[in-house]
Design a protein around this ligand. Structure first.
Ligand code: TXA
Ligand code: MG
Length: 330
């Protein structure tokens, strides 16, 4: 990997968008806020820049990236939209929805960005800072979440620099992200299928489609259709114990709702995703609280049960991944 001499941190604004565009055009790596989580951007047409992006994240090169665009017209230039895809785009773009679609041959997106697939993942973000950067750059930007591969996704510029200082060129600080959960990914290459639960609840998508989403197609042995679905993906360092109905010795507590479990008063630290039991607030706090509890020195984080409806599906999905056994851990 080429050494990056210095990571610049600048506040969002017109100058920041121009500087981000300049760095991207030069093949640089730029982290910026979106309404979901911070992304690490590179020029989607520049294979060398994307190779450096994979290296900076320590990401397996088979994991394809989401292409970010300013509007649906730019998206149509890259991929073939089914009728269902058009409906979803007009209902949820700009916003936290990613569509996987058949890639147009010769669309100019680097092969490395799509990991050699004949499909491409597209998203039109709503965040004003992301949009300003997309407009200033004027071309598609690939952006995975701006964390080291396998770490918790970043919801603030401080999270980004904790993982990527010295590995990227520029971090644009636009404050905390609003939603705190990655985009929902729907595969529209056939009957629409949910590849990754995310910031838009399954129910909202099914209402627009007037039909149930299919389950994600099962990967053939060894293949990975949505590698973000790798079991231990969203991983704090501490072990994570789900559905905790009491707090054990030495545990920190990730709480939800007003009624804390037995032993909470002696927990190493307690953070509440939403004292009033609101799943939207819980989603926004999820990754930040996991990071904070991870930094509190506890060896294990006990997580209270979280309801499974609405955004609860995505929250429980990320928590199961955080709790999945990892290499180097018994
Ligand atoms: O909210 C988000 O989506 C954030 C912000 C920065 O936009 N981005 C994000 O990117 O979460 P990332 O790279 O962390 O996750 C992208 C997911 C991965 O699970 C990847 O496997 C999947 O999208 N993906 C990308 N292209 C795909 C394709 N052609 N087919 C199936 N899955 C794809
Ligand atoms: Mg990610």
């Amino acid at each position: 990997m080429t050494a990056v001499p210095e990571t610049r941190l600048i506040a969002a604004g017109p100058d920041a968008a121009a500087e981000a565009a300049r760095r991207l055009a030069g093949g640089g790596l730029v982290a910026f806020p979106t309404e979901t989580v911070y992304g690490l951007g590179a020029d989607a047409a520049n294979g060398d820049a994307i190779a450096r992006l994979y290296a900076a994240k320590g990401r397996p090169a088979f994991n394809p990236l989401i292409v970010h665009l300013p509007d649906v017209a730019a998206a149509r230039a890259l991929a073939l939209f089914s009728e269902a895809a058009e409906r979803l785009a007009s209902a949820f773009w700009p916003g936290p929805l990613t569509l996987v679609l058949p890639k147009r041959p010769g669309c100019g997106i680097a092969e490395l960005a799509t990991a050699g697939l004949d499909t491409v993942a597209l998203r039109v973000p709503a965040h004003p800072v992301t949009r300003a950067i997309l407009l200033a750059f004027g071309r598609p930007i690939v952006a995975p979440s701006a964390n080291l591969s396998g770490h918790v996704s970043p919801t603030s510029a401080a999270h980004v620099t904790a993982d990527l200082a010295g590995r990227v060129d520029l971090v644009v600080d636009g404050g905390a992200t609003e939603l705190g959960l990655e985009s929902t990914i729907v595969d529209c290459t056939g009957r629409p299928a949910l590849l990754r639960p995310g910031a838009i609840a399954r129910e909202a998508i099914e209402r627009v489609l007037g039909d149930a989403l299919a389950e994600a197609p099962r990967a053939p042995e060894g293949a990975v259709p949505a590698p973000g679905m790798l079991a231990s993906h969203y991983a704090p360092r501490a072990a994570v114990r789900l559905d905790a109905r009491e707090v054990e010795d030495g545990e920190a507590l990730l709480a939800f709702g007003a009624n804390l479990p037995q032993g909470a008063e002696s927990a190493a630290r307690v953070l509440n995703l939403s004292p009033r039991g609101d799943l939207v607030e819980a989603a926004a706090n999820l990754f930040g609280h996991l990071r904070a509890l991870d930094g509190a020195g506890a060896t294990r984080i006990a997580v209270m049960p979280i309801p499974t409806e609405g955004l609860g599906e995505a929250i429980n999905d990320r928590l199961r991944r955080a709790a999945a056994p990892r290499e180097g851990r018994a």
